[in-house]
Design a protein around this ligand. Sequence first.
Ligand code: GDP
Ligand code: CA
Length: 341
Amino acid sequence: MRITVLAGGVGGSRFVRGVREECARRWPDGEGGTTASVTVVVNTGDDIWLSGVRLMPDFDSLLYSLAGVNDTERGWGRAGETERVSAELREWGVGWPWFTLGDLDLGTHLARTSWLRDGLEVSDVCERLQRRWPLGVRLIPATDTEVDTHVRVADPEASGDGSGSGEREMHFQEWWTRYRATLPALGFRQQNLADARPAPGVVEAIADADLVLVAPSNPVVSIGTILAVPGMREALAATPAPVVGVSPIIGGKVVRGMADACLPAIGVETSAEAVGRHYGFRRDGGLLDAWLVDETDATAATALSTEGLLAASAPLWMHDLDRSAALAGAAIDLGTAARSA
Ligand code: GDP
Ligand code: CA
């Protein structure tokens, strides 16, 4: 069973840990001749050059979480982290004072940047980083090109004619961490998209999969950025594998995080049904063969089903590993249903 997952950081990590666990339970290594392999196509839109180093927040969230070295209380970064270097950088006036880089985390960024300076591609660097721990899954960045997301916001002071109708653009990380996504976003734009291609192995992982899962990740800045890489949608449209999406929206609210600040900017309502319709169904030229929503959104599944679309409901809260694994199991089962539909 080859499963390929499209994922962002926090929602992505919880989901992928569930997929890994569920696969280990369903297909214990080699038993009955079936094994499972999981490949994760990771969002790179949050990546940024800061303080002289390259950060890849979503990749690192997945790496730390799957390796079991993550800080489970904070929900991001390394466990047992210290911030001595960040304090020094602040004294030097380097970097962003509102953006703390942990010392252990900086070790990762330095290693990554060192290998990039040696001329390695981003995907090669990611491959090296995950050799350190037995993750049980393979992580591939969506693209080797730097497609950092920029956010367009209203800025009355930026208008040259004094009309107060100006706009300005900032890196997604500044909008997200400095302004906590409270400045209304007018739009999101990924850099260098025209030159971007899926990283080596991505198209193959989608084409050769038995099942493609879209994690309950931010539909705009995580999944949206992965899909925006030229060639990605074509690969997904062409795969013989069913594509099953899991809703990041439960009961009209985002779960953990500030994704509700992103959906309005692209004109999508914050609801499980709207996000499913936004991804669209392959039958109509969209992404999905099936859409999984929370139990409390069962009416959304019914509404889609009456149109002949495959949708189901299951508990989508990933409170612990057991519940994440059960959710992954429901998504795998929905894939089986899609295959026989
Ligand atoms: P980020 O890159 O750290 O923002 O993380 P992702 O893009 O992977 O995921 C963020 C999304 O995960 C948010 O929009 C949340 O709604 C969703 N999310 C977080 N926890 C859960 C959960 O337990 N269940 C579901 N269904 N979605 C979740
Ligand atoms: Ca992210």
